[in-house]
Ligand binder design. Sequence first.
Ligand code: B12
Length: 215
Amino acid sequence: MKEQGKPARLVDAITEMREGEALALTKQMLDDGADPLTILDDCRAAMEIVGRRFELGEYFLPELVLAGEMLKQLSGLVKPRIQQTSETKKRGKVMMGTVKGDIHDLGKDIVVFMLDANGFEVHDLGVDVPAQTFVDKIREVKPDVAGLSGLLTVAADSMKQTIEAIRAAGLRDRVKIMIGGGVIDDHVRLYAGADAFGADAMAAVSLAKQWIEGK
Ligand code: B12
């Protein structure tokens, strides 16, 4: 039988909750010169499997919590290997937050990190962010782009309410809005009234570049 490659072993270690092995494998892959972004993709694939098992009643909250903790540690190992841009002049301002009612932040944190590494000034509002906080902070910080993250189905409604609040405050034409996370897709973009949906952290970077620099 063919030996399983390291990426598949990493996905396996995460989904089977073998924390020590997942950490050791990640370190090994990084030392072998693996692309850090690919490792993050593998982690995300593993989280999808964990999520599916939770949905099927095979895993429970403790497994979700452990998976979340593992991902935090793994991304802590991976992030320093991602090249930061050498430009000191910031490219533009991006505000990020997980919408009201949702406390998932691992994906948002990766997006924040990638935006920062690519030279944007990032303002992270955290999780469970009320629509009014987005409005207040947009007024105060004047970001070029606002990114809304959410993983729960109900996040779609929070995104819609947030964007409506931004519109009601007269700020909608001053800020481009991107959304992303878990189940978010282009249907949600239409429903919520965002400018774009991004599937991953690099999509967030491309959108911000495109909007701010016309690239
Ligand atoms: C880990 C986890 C948790 C951890 C979160 C830890 C943390 N600090 O974030 C804990 C244990 C706290 C948790 C809690 C809950 N969870 Co949970 N959780 C997950 C799990 C397994 C992984 C999520 C994750 O981190 N993925 C990895 C990251 C890297 O991916 P990502 O977030 O999608 O982000 C990437 C992209 O989407 C994109 N992106 C993200 N944000 C943005 C924003 C923009 C602007 C752009 C462009 C891109 C972008 O870039 C990121 C990097 O590539 C998912 C399963 C899944 N399929 O996602 C369930 C899941 C999201 N959870 C779920 C549920 C039900 C819950 C709970 C309600 C459980 C409970 N009974 O209490 C609570 C919710 C509490 C709340 N109010 O929010 C469900 C949601 C179902 C639904 N559709 O509504 C899921 C889908 C599991 C399932 N299949 O049932 N959870």
